[in-house]
Design a protein around this ligand. Structure first.
Ligand SMILES: NC(=O)CC[C@H](N)C(=O)O
Length: 222
């Protein structure tokens, strides 16, 4: 099981993501954003949280034009798995791999706290270790986490079971309380909350761990 974690200038959750993936059994390679190719036979690409390129223009907009992101888009188009967390989710919408956009939080403030989520789809490769409707606590840390998409897209996401997680108490104004969405084939997940920050008791919580073990189990079963 091979994973690549992409490192952009300003990433700050890349090592945490690598630690969580390694704990679940992945062999992880860190890949610099200027590289043009992913390691051979990579199963999963992780786009980490942080402040890539200082959040200039829009969060994730410059990172989405990095050389490596073309390779990540090709990987996804071939049916590869991609996990984008927080800034990684913003990069996924900016690169067109996921629909919608992450706008400024409703109160225009940076929010950094643990929030309750509801697992809306427990059948994806990312979430099969959870139960449907399970309540979990995961930290958020963002100023642009307000998920927005047009009405048709929101209806499609809900109808196709592509809303992976919702907020139990909406902290940022996201449409339909959306905290994480899946691609049409279920192999790309973008989420604003940080499961890698809740994957070890020493971090104050373990509700994020099942996301990494779900993935590991999915690859083991494949
Ligand atoms: N923790 C993060 O990845 C933050 C993402 C982005 N810089 C924001 O604040 O919205």
């Amino acid at each position: 099981m091979k994973a690549a974690v992409i490192v952009f200038p300003g990433s700050n959750c890349d090592r945490d993501l690598a630690v969580a993936l390694r704990a679940a059994g992945f062999d992880v390679t860190m890949v610099w954003h200027k590289d043009t190719g992913l390691p051979a036979d990579v199963d999963l690409v992780g786009l980490p949280g942080g402040f890539s390129f200082g959040d200039y223009l829009r969060c994730g907009a410059i990172a989405a034009r990095s050389p490596i992101v073309s390779a990540v888009v090709d990987h996804a188009k071939k049916g590869g798995y991609v996990l984008g967390i927080c800034n990684g989710f913003q990069i996924l919408t900016e690169s067109g791999l996921l629909p919608g956009a992450l706008m400024r939080n409703r109160e225009l403030k940076y929010i950094c706290r643990t929030v309750p989520l509801i697992v809306k789809n427990a059948s994806s490769a990312f979430t099969n270790g959870y139960r449907d409707r399970q309540a979990i606590d995961i930290p958020i840390a963002h100023h642009d986490g307000n998920y927005s998409a047009d009405a048709d897209t929101l209806e499609r996401l809900t109808g196709e079971g592509r809303v992976a997680f919702t907020y139990a108490a909406n902290p940022n104004g996201s449409r339909n309380d959306i905290a994480g969405v899946l691609s049409e084939n279920g192999r790309v997940l973008g989420m604003m909350p940080h499961p890698e920050r809740a994957a070890d008791p020493a971090l104050g919580g373990t509700d994020g761990r099942a996301l990494f073990t779900s993935l590991a189990q999915s690859f083991a079963d494949a």
